[in-house]
Design a protein around this ligand. Structure first.
Ligand SMILES: O=C(O)C(=O)C[C@]1(C(=O)O)C=C[C@@H](O)C=C1
Length: 360
């Protein structure tokens, strides 16, 4: 699949003066609930009203959505508010029913994107539709799998396409429900700059008080839109209670978000920017030079270890280095998270060098 301008035509044609906003409850619960939220979102920046009707849940016995009945409620939302509507589809039957009920946009969830068989089934059922289809990232941080899923949908003739970044599952404890792994989203944009990329801060954070910060971070990284779960009584929602915001909070979030432009042509700005970028280029070259020197020293240690038959991994020494560097980093305004990531990568490279020497 190649990047093509046509992939973003559906969004460009909307001529929005703000990021695309998709909002509405995690789950459609009752007709009254759906309509009440829709009416509260009616005269806001919201472009698409969302509600899940088929809910993939981690464990059986949890609320799995109202099913096809909810499609009628979404039709009512359209009729009463004029808002476009969207929902998640997870198999060919869902697609068929959603298209029959003229749902304006569909999305494929993270638990479906992981499965090439399901993606192919959904792609076949979507064949030829002109409705926009958004594909969420798979639960695991695998860019190729995400792009493969999008390619299946695109290859079946769906030209109005988009992607939703909802973060990635981790075993490790984290302040996020799903780790954003922003680098992966940046790589996505580098490869496919014309696939509209929508951020889902609700699933990334799992907590409503973090939704604003993640939304702002996404806009700062040139995301095209936001999907934010919204409920008039979040605490009593039937699913994902902790992460939903009220319609009035959503309006406030949209008001407070800063939308930044791509660049500024002013000469003074351009000159100052170029000066600082020249500095960064010099420093980056120095960093590479220093890392190269470090590996030469490591190669020397590798040769010594080979002679004396000593193991490559020296945990005590390594932990001392990590501890020292975290403290050193603090003095230079560098976060512990960054220092640990960087030094773990350096350590691995050092080990690879020594492995080559010892086994060479
Ligand atoms: O000090 C050592 O023994 C090394 O081999 C160097 C080094 C490092 O790169 O800093 C590499 C591997 C060890 O696990 C510990 C440290």
């Amino acid at each position: 699949m190649e990047n093509k301008k046509e992939m973003r035509a559906w969004l460009d044609d909307m001529n929005l003066d703000h990021p695309l906003v998709v909002a509405g409850p995690c789950s459609a619960e009752t007709e009254e609930q759906v309509l009440k939220i829709a009416h509260e979102l009616k005269d806001t920046d919201v472009n698409y009203f969302r509600a899940g009707i088929w809910k993939p849940r981690t464990r059986p016995g949890m609320f799995e959505g109202v099913g096809a009945l909810g499609l009628k409620w979404l039709q009512k939302v359209k009729k009463e508010t004029g808002m476009k509507v969207c929902t998640e589809v997870a198999n060919a039957t869902h697609v068929k029913l959603a298209l029959e009920h003229d749902i304006d946009m569909l999305w494929v969830g993270a638990r479906s994107t992981v499965s090439p068989f399901i993606m192919q089934e959904i792609a076949d059922a979507l064949q030829g539709t002109d409705k926009p289809v958004l594909i969420k990232n798979p639960v695991n941080p695998d860019l190729a799998l995400w792009l493969g899923g999008i390619e299946r949908i695109y290859s079946s003739g769906v030209k109005n396409i988009g992607a939703i970044h909802r973060g990635f599952s981790t075993y490790e404890k984290s302040k996020y429900r799903n780790n954003p792994e922003w680098q992966l989203a940046i790589e996505f944009q580098n490869k496919f700059p014309d696939i509209p990329l929508i951020n889902d801060p609700s699933h990334i954070t799992g907590k409503r008080d973090m939704v604003f910060d993640i939304s702002q971070a996404a806009l700062d990284l040139n995301f095209d839109g936001l999907m934010i779960e919204t409920h008039y009584d979040p605490d009593n929602a039937w699913s994902d209670a902790a992460q939903q915001v009220t319609p009035s909070s959503l309006v406030q979030i949209m008001r407070d978000l800063k939308i930044r432009k791509e660049t500024d042509a002013e000469v003074e700005y351009q000159n100052a920017l170029n000066n600082l970028r020249a500095k960064i280029d010099v420093i980056d070259n120095q960093i590479i030079g220093l890392l190269g020197n470090r590996m030469v020293a490591s190669d020397g240690i590798g040769a010594l270890k080979k002679k004396k038959n000593v193991a490559v991994l020296q945990s005590k020494r390594w932990n001392e280095i990590l501890g020292k560097m975290v403290l050193e980093g603090q003095d230079h305004g560098l976060s512990e998270e960054f220092i640990l990531k960087m030094f773990k990568a350096i350590h691995q490279e050092s080990i690879n060098h020594q492995e080559k020497i010892i086994n060479g």
